[in-house]
Design a protein around this ligand. Structure first.
Ligand code: NAD
Length: 254
C-alpha cells in the first residue's frame, strides 16, 4: 500500500502505545497528517517522533477521552493544526481489573465504561459535528474487540463496553450515511501490546490461555490491526459502513 490516505487529516486516540501507535504510523506512511492523542505525553511525543523521523507529518495533543472538554479540544486541535478532519480512529481503551461478574467493583466497572464506551461516544460526537460542518463526508473507525462480539470470562464491564462500541458504531453509521460519514468498528483478537502484558503480569496463567483461544495459535501484532483500520478509513472502503470487522486470527469464527 502507498498513498491510501494521501492528503487526509486524521486523528488517533490511544496513539502513545500498541494498536494506536501502529495505526498512527500506518496512516502517516499512507500520506495522512496525523494528530496523535493520548493521556501519556512522553510516549505520545515518541510516536510523533517515529512518524516525523520517517518523513511523515504528525503532532501530539494530550487528551483524556473520558473528559468531555478534552474530546471537544481533541477535534479543535486537529482543525487548528491541519485545517480540517477527514478520518478519526477512536482507539483509546483500558482493560481494567480482571474479576468475574459477582466479584467486580463499581469503581472498576465505571472506569472501564467511562473510557471505553463514553469516551468513544464523546469523541465521535465532536468528530461528527466537525465532519458535518465541513460537508464533505468523512470516516470514523472505533476499536471494539472480539469481546464486543462474544462473551469473555472475568471481564464483564470490558465485554459490555465493547458490545456497546459496536452499538454506537452501527447507530452513527445509520444516522450519518446520507452525510457520507462512514462509521465502522474493528474487533481485534488477542494482540501483543502493553495491555495484554499488563493482564499477564497480574495473572501469569493467562498467557497460555490467551494464545489458546486463537485458532492461529499466536497473538496478533498491532500492525495487523493498523492495516485493517487504514483500509477502513480510506476511500478504498467507500461502500463499507456500520461494519464490525473481526481482525482476530479466527477467534470469533469458533
Ligand atoms: P495499550 O495499553 O498498549 O494502549 C492503550 C493506549 O490508550 C495507551 O497509550 C493509553 O495511555 C491510552 N489511554 C488509556 N486511557 C486513555 C484515556 N482515558 N484517554 C486517552 N488515552 C487513553 O493497549 P492496546 O492493546 O493497544 O489497546 C488499544 C485498544 O485496542 C483498546 O481500546 C483495547 O481495548 C483494544 N483491544 C485490545 C486488544 C488486545 O489484545 N491488545 C484486543 C481487543 C481490543
Amino acid at each position: 500500500m502507498a498513498g491510501l490516505l494521501k492528503g487526509k487529516v486524521t486523528l488517533v486516540t490511544g496513539a502513545a502505545s500498541g494498536i494506536g501507535r501502529a495505526a498512527a504510523i500506518a496512516f502517516a506512511r499512507e500520506g495522512a497528517k496525523v494528530l496523535v492523542a493520548d493521556m501519556s505525553d512522553a510516549a505520545g511525543h515518541e510516536t510523533v517522533k517515529m512518524i516525523t523521523d520517517a518523513g511523515g507529518e504528525a503532532a501530539f495533543t494530550r487528551c483524556d477521552v473520558a473528559q468531555p472538554a478534552d474530546a471537544e479540544a481533541l477535534v479543535a486541535s486537529a482543525v487548528k493544526a491541519y485545517g480540517r478532519l477527514d478520518g478519526a480512529y477512536n482507539n483509546a481503551g483500558v482493560a481494567g481489573k480482571i474479576a468475574r461478574t459477582a466479584d467486580d467493583t463499581e469503581e472498576n466497572f465505571d472506569h472501564i465504561m467511562a473510557v471505553n464506551l463514553r469516551g468513544v461516544w464523546l469523541c465521535m460526537k465532536y468528530e461528527i459535528i466537525q465532519m458535518v460542518k465541513q460537508g464533505q463526508g468523512g470516516a470514523i473507525v472505533n476499536t471494539a474487540s472480539a469481546a464486543g462480539l462474544v462473551g469473555s470470562h472475568g471481564m464483564p464491564a470490558y465485554t459490555a463496553s465493547k458490545h456497546g462500541v459496536i452499538g454506537l458504531t452501527r447507530t452513527a453509521a445509520l444516522e450519518y450515511a446520507r452525510a457520507a460519514i462512514r462509521v465502522n468498528a474493528v474487533c481485534p483478537g488477542v494482540i501483543d501490546t502493553a495491555m495484554v502484558a499488563g493482564m499477564v503480569a497480574a495473572h501469569p496463567r493467562l498467557k497460555d490461555a490467551l494464545v489458546s483461544v486463537e485458532p492461529v495459535a499466536r497473538m496478533g501484532k498491532p500492525s495487523e490491526i493498523a492495516e485493517a483500520v487504514t483500509w477502513l478509513l480510506s476511500d478504498a472502503a467507500s461502500f463499507v459502513t456500520g461494519a464490525a470487522l473481526p481482525v482476530d486470527g479466527g477467534m470469533t469464527a469458533r
